[in-house]
Write a protein that binds this ligand. Structure first.
Ligand code: ADP
Ligand code: NA
Length: 332
């Protein structure tokens, strides 16, 4: 009974990677281009659950917005905005803090990973992060959320919160949102270690391709990417137990809009010495126009600010009546 509507967010915590691009941004652009109403958020309230230098946060938010636009998200078609500018996110998050249970939060692997051994010293916000994420999504009655695999558990928690709210108050008010985790690159791995996800927080810059990398940097990182000595298989089964090979083939498939099967049908039998230059050329062709466009947009920060302001106004038009109705349901 809910109209299809897509919501997703990315943290302005500095630097976007090929993982963010293939797992999120590129898929957002594809979704928008299918004509589905889409709302994309720079989630600065999430970013500050771990320390962010105030002098860098505003810059990171603008750069992220530039990354969205350079990746093909059109601010006229989609809503692009900054989470802290729509106070309804924090307001609904409080309600959800009172719906979600401590035990649910304690099971979140991201909480366990990010808080590490010193949970007593982690911020309360880091613990409550998934309730804010549920608020982000449900504030728009979003039915679908495109994300990478790392966000699957948080999406399940969003569904649990919607179901519990609806049950507690005897309403069918919030949709039970579907995660959309599809395509060849929902989990892009480190170029140095096939067991770790590619991440901006990895200390080794060689482990990732940044959206701001130039052609030389991209080529060097792919040339030095860890591989194994075998030739590429011609069928998917042959990637079993070869995480680095699988990762490079996944990246090739996602960048060229092919399935892994299609790619292997072409490159099966080739050595990495032959495949890596192909991947490198493809990555440079697809990624350098994005970094060039990001750099150009960053020369016009007032335009970026105007886009985010306008996006926040449009977002509030949807969010505000949904929050008002939520308060009414709760009896406030
Ligand atoms: P990060 O994980 O880089 O700190 P976010 O938490 O803001 O960034 O995630 C933004 C989006 O990018 C999410 O949809 C997330 O699933 C996706 N994402 C992040 N890293 C990867 C990766 N290595 N592979 C695929 N998707 C990823
Ligand atoms: Na993440």
């Amino acid at each position: 009974a809910f109209t299809p509507r897509v919501f997703s967010g990315i943290q302005p915590s500095g630097g976007l990677t090929l993982g963010n691009y293939l797992g999120a941004l590129k898929r957002f652009a594809d979704t928008q281009n299918k004509g589905i109403e889409s709302i994309y958020c720079m989630v600065d309230l999430h970013a500050i659950t771990v320390w962010q230098d105030p002098a860098k946060l505003a810059h990171a938010t603008r750069e992220l917005c530039a990354g969205f636009i350079a990746s093909g998200i059109d601010p006229e078609k989609s809503i692009l905005f900054n989470q802290s500018q729509v106070p309804e996110h924090a307001q609904l998050a409080w309600i959800f803090n009172c719906v979600a249970r401590m035990g649910w939060m304690k099971r979140m692997t991201q909480w366990k990973d990010k808080a590490g051994k010193n949970q007593e010293n982690a911020s309360l916000g880091l613990f409550a992060y998934p309730a804010l994420m549920a608020a982000d999504i449900l504030l728009y009655h979003a039915t679908h959320v495109p994300v990478g695999e790392d966000q699957k558990q948080h999406l399940e928690l969003t569904r649990d919160i919607a179901i519990k709210f609806n049950n507690d108050f005897g309403v069918e008010f919030f949709p039970v949102t579907e995660p959309v985790i599809e395509g060849a690159a929902t989990r892009v791995m480190s170029l140095r270690d096939g067991s770790k996800k590619m991440s901006k927080s990895d200390p080794s810059d060689m482990s990732r391709i940044n959206l701001t990398d130039d052609a030389d940097a991209i080529a060097t990182k792919i040339r030095k990417a860890k591989t194994d000595p075998e030739a590429l298989p011609s069928e998917v089964d042959g990637l079993e137990g070869r995480p680095e090979a699988r990762n490079l083939v996944n990246i090739y498939a996602a960048l060229s809009d092919q399935t892994v099967e299609q790619v292997l049908a072409d490159v099966g039998g080739k050595q990495f010495s032959e495949f890596k230059p192909m991947l490198s050329e493809l990555a440079v062709t697809k990624m350098t126009p994005i970094s060039t466009e990001m750099a150009r947009l960053m020369q016009h920060q007032d335009e970026i600010d105007a886009i985010l302001r306008r996006g926040s106004e449009r977002a509030r038009e949807i969010a505000s009546p949904i929050l008002a109705k939520t308060y009414e349901i709760v009896g406030m």
